[in-house]
Design a protein around this ligand. Structure first.
Ligand code: GLN
Length: 477
């Protein structure tokens, strides 16, 4: 099929060059051919997807005007509720949980005419950076199937990278959209906190979670964001936007843009070849009209520690409801305490248990002040640092990940090594600001991602620079 982007597909359907059902059948075929090996999907919604595609074709046949994503297939992460479908968050605990309502993102996708093609694999409850903590299966990186796709939204990233779907949704609490996008060589964006409703998203860290798109172009990411963003009465943290995304309005140049390169983001632990690719990208931006300035975010070294206190604290509280009584698979026992213990003991994997223990510990009397309260203070200071830097520059440039995709299993038994993979991404969640990762080169054939960050609700700025950066690559090829 010649139409590869969401925007191209919609345009072709509107122009009657192709039907929505032909588009869908193409992607179903690719999934059939490739997903046995990749393992991106936990379930493909063939019947419902065909119904949705047929509906669009009827609209075309009867001359109705088409909504923004008419006929565009999209995959959703397994932690987003789709009424009537299982949403397991990659966990055995929710093996039999069938969503009783649509999450706001699913509702908005449906209204925009998108064709929801399936749900994708993820780390259990979105805890992880490799998608290996999923109870269900391992997902492989389509660029090299011996490598991890990253995580926790590894299924959604791999689905786009393998051409099994043009766009997908992930959730990002500490980097779970941007990092797998970087490792799989696609575009992935975490919007500003409050831009996209979290209603119907199975929570990990409620003050950090945001839903966002994976795509092959920044324009497609902008299209998906435009459909899902904005105020929602069901999520009190969602915000009425004064400036919405519109993919058509994206300028593809760096004119007048000031970029900050934080010196703390070029740490020694970083792979030296990744560093070289990032430095080349920065040079290219400079040669094409961007002003580059060194900036300082002195608290960067504490971001990861603060994140791994705040996030487990929130997770331990959010996961309290999965006890086999309120939610989750009930353990059969005639003793209440034993039933709770069995349900949680058997339903959760090791990483989830580790986080619940860490979270309960830092919130407990006597430790709250030493850990949780301190982490919140650091959080505020990190947010202030970003505010200060964004008074001087429009956009911050950094690597997305300190390394390229590693071998499956390599970091699985070393949680600290796994946590370090998030070193460049967690700060954006801590500060609530938007971030996008775009492919910027390769090291030994594996993709490297470049991250752009901007001030809160300046999502349009990073989409613009991402589009301008992609344009450079097109011009140079
Ligand atoms: N890898 C990070 C973690 O394990 C980020 C997860 C996420 O963004 N959902 O917490």
């Amino acid at each position: 099929m010649q139409y590869k982007t969401a925007i191209g597909i919609r345009r072709a359907i509107e122009a009657k060059e192709i039907t929505a059902i032909e588009v869908l059948e193409h992607y179903l075929e690719v999934i059939k051919n490739k997903d046995n090996e990749i393992g991106a999907f936990l379930e493909v919604f063939e019947n419902e997807a065909r119904e949705q595609a047929n509906k669009i074709d009827n609209m075309v046949a009867t001359g109705q005007s088409l909504p923004r994503m008419a006929g565009v297939p999209i995959a959703i992460k397994d932690n987003m509720l789709y009424q009537g479908k299982v949403a397991s968050a990659g966990s055995k605990m929710l093996e039999k949980y069938v969503a009783t309502y649509d999450s706001t993102v699913v509702d908005r996708l449906k209204k925009a005419g998108a064709v929801i093609i399936g749900r994708t694999n993820m780390d259990e409850f979105a805890m992880g950076s490799s998608t290996e903590t999923s109870f269900w299966q391992k997902t492989k990186n389509p660029v090299d199937v011996t490598k991890t796709p990253g995580g926790s939204s590894g299924g959604s990233a791999a689905a786009v990278a393998a051409g099994m779907v043009p766009v997908s949704l992930g959730s990002d609490t500490g980097g779970s959209i941007r990092q797998p996008a970087a490792l799989c060589g696609v575009v992935g964006m975490k919007p500003s906190y409050g831009r996209v409703s979290r209603y119907g998203l199975i929570a990990l860290g409620s003050s950090l979670d945001q839903i966002g798109p994976f795509a092959t172009t920044p324009q497609d990411a902008a299209l998906v964001l435009e459909v899902i963003e904005g105020l929602d009465v069901h999520d009190a943290t969602s915000v009425e936007l004064t400036e919405t995304t519109a993919s058509e309005l994206i300028e593809e140049n760096f004119n007048g843009m000031k970029f900050g390169v934080p010196k703390e983001y070029f740490v020694d632990e970083m792979d030296s070849e990744v560093k070289k690719v990032i430095e080349e990208a920065i040079n290219q931006i400079k040669e094409n009209g961007g002003t580059i300035k060194e900036v300082s975010l002195p608290l960067t070294e504490y971001a990861l520690s603060a994140y791994y206190i705040i996030q487990p604290a929130e997770a331990s509280s959010n996961l309290g409801r999965f006890d086999g009584m309120r939610y989750g698979t009930r353990a059969l026992s005639d003793n209440l305490k034993e039933s709770y213990l069995m349900a949680r003991g058997e339903g959760f994997g090791n990483e989830v248990k580790r986080r619940i223990m860490m979270g309960a510990y830092v919130l407990s009397a006597g430790y709250y002040d030493a850990y949780y309260k301190k982490a919140l203070q650091i959080r505020q200071m990190i947010a202030n640092d970003f505010k200060r830097v964004f008074e001087e520059v429009d956009v911050i440039i950094s690597p997305t990940s300190p390394c390229v995709a590693w071998g499956l299993g390599d970091k699985f038994d070393d949680p600290i090594a796994m946590y370090l993979a998030d070193i460049f991404t967690v700060s954006a969640n801590i500060a609530g600001i938007p971030g996008i990762s775009v492919p910027c080169g390769t090291v030994h054939g594996l993709p490297v991602g470049l991250q752009f960050l901007a001030g809160a609700f300046k999502d349009g700025k990073i989409l613009r620079v991402a589009a301008a950066f992609e344009q450079l690559k097109v011009n140079n090829s």
